[in-house]
Design a binder for this molecule. Structure first.
Ligand code: MG
Length: 266
């Protein structure tokens, strides 16, 4: 069953889709997601896959989606890594120390990496999985105390792993923000720059787009802060009460992505 707030969804919108928790969880596609994506490609005025995934490169994300039957191309995917490169270029940041997965490095070749004995201007933090531990966090903390800025590739609190909830990059970044008393630069969702880049790549404005995700903050509230309608799905990391607990009002809440095509046609 779907529930829609008094705010009706915009007609013929461009659709921004979160990936993890919306199209799949782990290696399992969300039931109906493959068919819904096919239908959305026909009825939406444009489509982008906007993900905060920083554990893998765009090419690897697209390849893994195709492996589980979800048709996705690199060209329609927007990730925080591209925004990080753009941010450093436009803010004259020349030396970066990367705390990212090996896979992600191919999307960050536009950054200049600080040498081993060089003080970095910025520490770029992505999903480093098992390397999130006290040793790594203290190493980063010391770089920040020596003057480097922290760039969090995204600021999600947690994500839905195949076998349970996992702390996400935002939670680790928050520990570093707390310790240093300084706010991280965030380049992925929910940053306005990220959403505006997605709109620009489609050539549409916020008034003609909707964003669909399982994260009430990064997906729904982040989009709505930019004037994009946010649709929350009850899959992935969704838990009952999450919207009202945080005081956010999605334009619609649907059981899953499978319900979106019918909602847009209604
Ligand atoms: Mg998600």
């Amino acid at each position: 069953m779907s529930s829609v707030s008094p705010l009706a969804l915009r007609p013929d919108p461009a659709v921004l889709l979160d990936i993890d928790g919306v199209l799949h969880v782990g290696d399992e596609p969300i039931p109906g997601a493959v068919e819904a994506l096919t239908e959305l490609r026909e009825i939406a005025s444009g489509l982008r896959l906007v993900t905060n995934t920083t554990s893998r490169s765009r090419a690897e994300v697209a390849a893994r989606l195709r492996e589980i039957g979800i048709d996705a191309s690199v060209d329609e995917m927007l990730t925080p890594a591209a925004m990080a490169v753009q941010y450093c270029a436009t803010h004259d940041i020349s030396n970066a120390r990367l705390y990212v997965s090996d896979s992600l490095r191919e999307d960050l070749t536009g950054l200049n990496e600080a040498g081993a004995d060089q003080a970095p201007d910025v520490v770029v933090l992505g999903d480093i999985a098992d390397r999130f531990n006290a040793d790594t966090m203290n190493e980063i903390f010391r770089l920040l105390m020596d003057g480097a800025r922290l760039m969090a590739l995204q600021h999600n609190r947690y994500w839905q792993h195949g076998d349970g909830l996992m702390l996400d990059v935002g939670a680790w970044a928050a520990a570093l923000e707390y310790a240093t008393g300084r706010t991280a630069i965030t380049v992925g969702k929910p940053s306005n720059d990220f959403y505006n880049a997605a709109l620009a790549s489609l050539g549409v404005d916020a008034n003609s787009a909707i964003m669909v995700g399982d994260d009430i903050e990064a997906d729904v509230n982040g989009a709505q802060t930019c004037g994009i309608q946010g649709v929350l799905v009850r899959t992935g990391k969704y838990r009952d009460g999450i919207a009202s607990d945080r005081g956010f009002g999605p334009a619609a809440i649907i059981d899953s992505i499978a319900d979106l095509p019918a909602l847009l046609r209604s």
